[in-house]
Design a protein around this ligand. Structure first.
Ligand code: LP5
Ligand code: MN
Length: 256
């Protein structure tokens, strides 16, 4: 399955489900989504933070992880191409998960051709360049040596460290102005320019919207996916463009 071009019927985009044992309703909503709208799609793109956190593929066989692995494998077996990008919570998802589910892991960013429209896919955290404390944290935890050291720890010790990182992150977020936790427009525009002015789709900020950026006189659209904790929806992209659909059955909403 090739991530570079989708000329079939339609693709669906989701992100920021933050699946965890603590919130079974979100898991149920995802399983319903996989058995429902996702089955009719040509491709499903998951743009990061599918999981609340992922501490290593050696936890693949644990309760929720196993349930999700099997459900995603079921969708792949029906012939739907499933593509997964890392988020800032689940960047340790790797080869064993990909093999067990049949998903293709995507680099961040990845440029795809959707019905003739070049579209840049990102998780979204790399666009939040005003959040310098986060960007420093990101550089640290994306270091392969740091990751190897973490993965060598027993599972219980990894859980403890993630708990500490989560608490520190929640504390720090309270102190950050809301604006710096959103994307930096200048960064978005620099990337649009560098990539040839594509459409952009990302998640992470939990601020679902459709933005327009005029860059060098060209109009580019940027779709921000919603998280699934405060509502939740998916983006459907076909030859006619993008439409947003609530997770619960209902009416499609365009342009918001
Ligand atoms: O996730 P969200 O949306 O709540 O907040 C993010 C940024 N926070 C993070 C931190 C993660 O939530 C922590 C959990 C990661 C689990 C990964 C598992 C594997 C770890 C492997 C390690 C090799 O991403 C938050 C942003 C916010 O988005 C908006 O963009 O602001 O950034 C922060 O709050 C970061 C802080 O400013 C600085 C870092 C504090 C943590 C220090 C603890 C170090 C311990 C590391 C051990 C894992
Ligand atoms: Mn995120």
């Amino acid at each position: 399955m090739n991530a570079g071009s989708a000329q079939g019927t339609h693709s669906l985009f989701i992100s920021d489900l933050h699946l965890s044992e603590e919130l079974p309703d979100i898991t149920a909503a995802f399983l319903e989504f996989l058995a429902g709208p996702a089955c009719d799609a040509t491709r499903l793109y998951i743009l990061g933070d599918l999981f609340e956190f992922w501490i290593g593929d050696d936890t693949l066989g644990e309760g929720l992880n196993l349930e999700i692995t099997r459900a995603v494998r079921g969708l792949v077996n029906r012939g739907v191409g499933v593509f997964l990008m890392h988020g800032n919570r689940d960047f340790l998802v790797s080869g064993a998960f990909s093999e067990a589910t049949g998903v293709t892991l995507l680099e961040d960013p990845t440029l795809v051709d959707l019905h003739g429209t070049p579209t840049l896919l990102l998780h979204g955290d790399t666009l939040c360049t005003d959040d310098q404390a986060y960007q420093a944290f990101r550089v640290h935890v994306r270091n392969p040596a740091v990751q190897r050291q973490f993965l060598d720890l027993p599972v219980a010790a990894r859980r403890t460290q993630v708990g500490q990182a989560r608490s520190a992150s929640e504390r720090e977020k309270q102190l950050k102005p809301a604006q710096i936790m959103d994307v930096a427009p200048a960064t978005v525009e620099a990337i649009l320019r560098m990539q040839g002015y594509p459409r952009m789709i990302h998640g992470h900020t939990h601020r679902p919207a459709r933005h327009e950026h005029r860059v060098d006189g060209r109009l580019c659209e940027r779709w921000v996916l919603s998280d699934w904790h405060t509502g939740g929806d998916y983006l459907r992209v076909d030859a006619a463009g993008c439409t947003r659909h609530p997770i619960a059955p209902g009416t499609a909403v365009s342009g918001t």
